[in-house]
Design a protein around this ligand. Structure first.
Ligand SMILES: [Zn+2]
Length: 314
């Protein structure tokens, strides 16, 4: 693919998932100028680094070549101090991927959790652009999130803000609906992720009906009586999670992401359920669908790289 002019190539975004890498060249106006995908190497950390180096070289050739800044989004927690990531689904677990890639390519290389890249993207030119405090809430295979204040990510002491999949499930709803306490991948019992993720929705179906149905099947026919019941309980749990996010973070806008955010009218369902879950006197956040969806990971990673360069040159 060739670069279309006159927009100037400005940054590279690498969206590194458990199964695929999407490498994209962005202009200064955040238009995707060139992009390609490849499977994520799972053989070794060295192979993963080599693949990322190839993608950076290829995109820089498309651009000039010039040493454009590189941003990486990964499915894991990234320590903002050491750069080390906890990524169960990548061979980069425990490694400082951005630092190691920077030794192989020149220029700026930065990295963040993919949910945080999503949030940064939606807060800058996306659905949350008119809001000061944007929370990106990812409802997908896992539950994650990120916080942006005035267009900048809040990374905290450990890169944790937004790791809301590991809040505890609300006791009153667990008892009311006789829901199961399930062990989470993090080792704790009863994290929200265990019942609110895509897998969690299927688990909820099993618990409430005694039968088996996947999240896409439930979402495809929401009027089916069993699906309607499961979606109602699921929505109440998700709204309670938003209530917890309000208490801790109090965003004025929540942008939904992940596969479950495609459920028809989900933002309206959640808004109504939040009226019941939230404290009575608070103003609700705007609950919005994303503008960039799946491409927000790479776009946000590139924005992260651009912001890092601005800080260096300021
Ligand atoms: Zn957990």
């Amino acid at each position: 693919m060739s670069v279309s002019t006159p927009e100037r190539a400005a940054a590279i975004g690498l969206d590194v998932g458990g199964t695929k890498i999407e490498a994209t060249l962005f202009s200064d106006a955040m238009t995707a100028l060139a992009s390609r995908r490849r499977p994520t190497p799972s053989s070794s950390y060295a192979d993963l680094l080599a693949a990322l180096e190839e993608e950076v070289s290829w995109l820089r050739q498309q651009a000039g070549p010039v040493a454009l800044p590189v941003g990486i989004g990964v499915p894991g927690v990234v320590d903002p101090e050491s750069g080390v990531s906890l990524c169960a689904n990548l061979v980069a677990n425990g490694e400082a991927l951005a630092r190691d890639l920077a030794t192989r390519v020149t220029g700026t290389v930065v990295m963040a959790n993919d949910c945080k890249c999503f949030t940064l993207s939606e807060a800058n030119g996306g659905a949350g652009r008119n809001h000061a405090r944007v929370f990106g809430l990812i409802l997908g295979t896992g539950i994650g999130g990120g916080l942006c204040q005035d267009g900048q990510l809040v990374l905290g002491h450990n890169g944790l803000p937004g790791e809301i999949g590991h809040y505890g499930l609300p006791a009153q709803l667990m008892i009311q609906h006789d829901l199961p306490l399930v062990q989470c991948g993090c080792g704790r019992m009863g994290c929200t992720e265990t019942l609110i993720s895509g897998t969690g929705m299927a688990r909820l179906f099993q618990a409430l009906t005694g039968n088996t149905r996947s999240a896409p099947e439930i979402a495809a026919t929401p009027a089916d009586p069993d699906n309607a019941r499961v979606l109602e309980v699921w929505t109440a749990l998700a709204a309670d999670l938003i209530h917890a996010i309000q208490l801790h973070i109090d965003p004025d806008c929540i942008v939904l992401g992940g596969g479950l955010s495609n459920i028809d009218g989900l933002e309206i369902r959640l808004g109504k359920a939040l009226e019941r879950a939230a404290l009575p006197f608070v103003r609700p956040p705007a609950i919005l669908k994303p503008e960039f969806g799946d491409s927000s990971g790479g776009r946000g990673a590139a924005l992260l790289a651009l912001q890092a360069e601005e800080r260096v040159s300021a």
